[in-house]
Design a protein around this ligand. Structure first.
Ligand code: BDP
Length: 648
């Protein structure tokens, strides 16, 4: 990507022409379900019936067709909240560590007007389920989806209209088994030594460092659209001087032609631009750009792009309305800088996990809002969705609050050479299609990350990553692409194709444990090697140390709060030197403590959080807070009300 400072109209139009917005579109639309004058939403959040298939081959549910009749008629059921991981809900360790199919079911009263009106589409949408899902409505299969972290849906109007007198029974079977071709990959080992293990004993091996939570993690809902409807919208934004440009494309389903009216409203509801037709450019005079938090006194400015459709199938007329939040901003990368709206942006942020007590990876509003409050308290301006796409609701919060996102796919733990084969690559490509399709319109998303710490030194990695990265750039030419490597410099296959080098390193932790004095020299060597070879800007995408809250020692020892604090400070002095050259960001590992598999290096989870899992600060949080606000003061434009120290 090239720097674009001082571009005039000519260049803007040239760029717009180069960037065919159509290429940002995935196979089908996955617009976030919103209520509008033509669409209704019914959330199916609450308690569902649940059963884990504990049979030896985990196939009893399919053999006994559990989807054909109410789940309670085929055996005992538990009450299970949706959304939530099922693992930590009961006292049963067998369920916490369960591998295989689990079955969810609930009945829904569908509003009769939805059923009666043949001109209404009724869509069932699952925000995410880990990892392989099959969905039935009244015993009829309506959807099948591979992969967690991303939504999928099915039009169920036909099924519920078959017999409007029966309530709508939704059954969802979810299998959390990870294989060599799933994302993340995993393997199953059957323990056949009867002197050591009971019959049929098997374990799931994973190559990543977070608990393999499973279940229905995000809201399940029903929503309606008219039969002719807005299926997808893609926007690409730019600006020249004080004029904003929103190049858009709308795809319509259900009719070969439709009349479209597109209106862009500002925050106060005033119309600032209009257009008609399935594609076009909205020009916004005196544009309010979308700026990151702490970079501007009015961050996260969003317009609302209202698309109104009307179409006729000869007998009836259909009208649909969809409102998409739009932030107008640009992103560019030079050899040494990351530019947002042509201004240098320095990432001072965090890596997160979707993880909390009891809920596991289940979407939880109090937690989401608390985390945003902590991010802002910390003075962080960004995070990376390590190691998988986060909930759409979180991405929307980022848009509104101006929190910049590096959006990562679940390509974590690709360590086995058999996971570099064609089937794995094909799945990885389609996950990128789904991710870009879902998140392409979020102004907060400034970069795609296709993988975390793959075994990129393996011979097939070059083909795998060149294909993956080229594909991602083809899907979205408007954003840079990266993959996250580690301090093992041999793992640089793929680096030639990325726009930004992201490096994770754990000096004085996994290497030279206890020797903080080596951090400055090793970190400098790391930066100089990568920049020397690739001449691309670098983000320190992970660094940190475990600290058990309340454990202290001076001089510092590993696992104490003092050690974590000192590790951070040793990194910071090198960052301060290199950020004047080509280091464009630092993301702490991790925002909060999180659960992992049990093992001899983890004491009830990973303790590298600067906050505990319950979101209380460790000493390191205060070090980081001071630093981030200092960086914000130095690199951003802070309005008086945000100047540190302040209470947010
Ligand atoms: C990094 C991984 C991250 C781990 C972290 C750690 O990217 O997922 O949790 O190490 O070990 O290499 O704490």
């Amino acid at each position: 990507m090239a720097t674009r400072g001082g571009f005039g109209w000519l260049c803007v139009w040239y760029l717009c022409a180069l960037l065919d917005v159509a290429s940002l579109q995935g196979s089908g639309g996955m617009l976030y379900p919103r209520e509008t004058s033509s669409r209704e939403v019914k959330e199916l959040t609450g308690v569902w019936s649940f059963r884990a298939d504990m049979s030896a081959n985990r196939n009893e549910g399919f053999d006994g067709a559990w989807y054909k009749s109410p789940l309670a008629t085929t055996g005992p059921v538990l009450e299970m909240p949706v959304p939530a991981s099922y693992n930590d809900i009961t006292q049963d360790s067998m369920l916490r560590d369960f591998i295989g199919w689990v079955w969810y079911e609930r009945e829904v009263q569908v509003p009769s007007r939805w059923v009666k009106d043949e001109g209404t589409r009724v869509v069932l949408r699952v925000g995410s389920a880990h990892y392989y899902s099959v969905v039935w409505v009244n015993g009829i299969q309506v959807a099948e989806h591979e992969g967690g972290h991303l939504p999928f849906e099915a039009d169920i109007g036909g099924v519920i209209r078959e017999d409007p007198t029966v309530p709508c029974r939704i059954t969802i079977a979810v299998n959390n088994t990870l294989t060599l071709t799933s994302l993340p990959p995993g393997t199953i080992t059957h323990m056949n030594d009867r002197t050591k293990y009971p019959g049929g004993y098997f374990v799931q091996n994973i190559f990543f460092d977070f608990f393999n939570y499973a279940g229905i993690h995000r809201p399940v809902l029903l929503y309606t659209t008219p039969k002719v409807y807005v299926d997808d919208i893609t926007v690409f934004t730019d600006f020249a001087d004080s004029t904003g440009l929103v190049k858009y494309k709308v795809s319509v389903k259900g009719a070969s032609s439709a009349n479209l009216k597109v209106t862009l409203m500002d925050k106060d509801g005033h119309c600032v631009a209009t257009s008609s037709g399935p594609s076009g450019v909205l020009k916004v005079a005196d544009v309010m750009l979308w700026w990151p938090y702490l970079m501007h006194d009015n961050p996260g400015y969003l317009y609302s792009m209202e698309v109104q459709l009307s179409a006729s199938d000869g007998q009836s007329t259909f009208e649909d309305v969809y409102a998409l939040p739009v932030g107008i901003r640009t992103v560019n990368v030079t050899r040494t800088q990351f530019l947002i709206n042509n201004k240098p942006f320095y990432f001072h942020g965090v890596n997160k996990h979707e993880d909390s007590d009891i809920r596991g990876k289940g979407l939880d509003w109090p937690l989401i809002v608390k985390d945003f409050n902590l991010i802002k308290w910390l003075g962080a301006n960004s995070f990376r969705t390590s190691h998988y796409p986060y909930a759409e609701e979180i991405m929307q919060m980022c848009d509104r609050h101006g929190i910049v996102v590096i959006d990562e796919c679940p390509g974590v733990g690709i360590k086995d050479i058999r996971s570099f084969g064609n089937a794995s690559l094909a799945h990885h490509l389609s996950v990128m299609d789904e991710l870009v399709g879902r998140d392409k319109n979020h102004p907060s998303v400034v970069m795609w990350s296709v993988a975390n710490e793959p075994a990129a030194e393996m011979p097939p990695a070059d083909y795998y990553f060149s294909t993956l990265i080229k594909h991602t750039k083809m899907l979205d030419p408007s954003r840079p692409v990266t993959f996250i490597t580690d301090s093992n410099y041999a793992r640089d296959k793929g680096a030639p194709y990325v726009d930004v080098i992201c490096v994770n390193s754990y000096f004085s932790w996994y290497h030279d444990p206890g020797h903080m004095e080596v951090i400055p020299i090793q970190l400098k060597t790391q930066f100089e090697n990568w920049f020397g070879k690739y001449k691309k800007p670098i983000i320190q995408s992970e660094y940190g140390a475990d600290a058990v809250p309340g454990l202290h020692s001076d001089p510092p020892m590993m696992f104490t709060e003092e050690y974590q604090k000192n590790v951070l400070q040793s990194y910071h002095s090198v960052f301060d030197e290199k950020r004047k050259q080509y280091v464009i960001g630092e993301l702490i590992w991790n925002f909060a403590d999180f659960m992992t598999a049990q093992g001899i290096t983890r004491v009830v989870g990973n303790k590298k959080g600067i906050f505990t899992r319950q979101r209380q600060p460790k000493s390191a949080a205060f070090i980081l807070r001071e630093r981030y606000w200092r960086l914000a003061n130095a690199t951003g434009k802070l309005p008086p009300w945000t100047r540190y120290p302040c209470s947010l």
